[in-house]
Design a protein around this ligand. Structure first.
Ligand code: SF4
Ligand code: SF4
Length: 135
């Protein structure tokens, strides 16, 4: 039996390409101007700003999946409208949600949430949770 050795660089490249495939966009052209983060209405609740998320994806850093950014994102499209390079950042956030859900990491356990938490939880997190639990 022959084994294929996957190096760290190859793993990083695969992750980066998977995000770009799902988002349908070339993230490599981001030049870190910060316009997306500057206009994001949810930025104060994010542990990584949208431009920082883009940078981690450029590096192929799967650790970006531990950030809360793409769950907090409300898909308002402000970032996508502001990006001078035409990157649809909202779609990138959706791609990260998809990858996270496919990895079977449980992110939202509805039964464990209090009524107050349910009231405050971003709607997109609830929708993603329902998607996962019913598919
Ligand atoms: S789509 Fe998401 S990341 Fe972009 S500005 Fe709106 S909340 Fe922020
Ligand atoms: S606005 Fe566009 S080019 Fe600027 S940091 Fe955000 S994604 Fe990158």
């Amino acid at each position: 039996m022959s084994f294929v050795k996957i190096t760290k660089n190859e793993k990083n490249k695969r992750f980066r390409e998977k995000v770009m495939e799902l988002a349908g966009d070339n993230i490599q052209i981001c030049y870190q101007c910060g316009e997306c983060s500057g206009g994001c209405p949810e930025a104060s609740a994010m542990d990584l700003l949208p431009n920082q998320v883009l940078h981690k994806i450029q590096l192929g850093n799967e650790g970006v999946l531990d950030a809360n950014t793409f769950w907090i994102c409300s898909s308002c499209l402000v970032c996508s409208a502001r990006c001078p390079k035409g990157i649809d950042i909202a779609k990138v956030m959706e791609a990260l949600r998809e990858i996270s859900l496919r990895s079977k990491k449980t992110y939202v356990e509805l039964e464990a949430l209090t009524k107050k938490e349910l009231e405050e939880l971003p709607q997109i997190a609830l929708i993603s949770s329902f998607k996962k639990q019913t598919s």
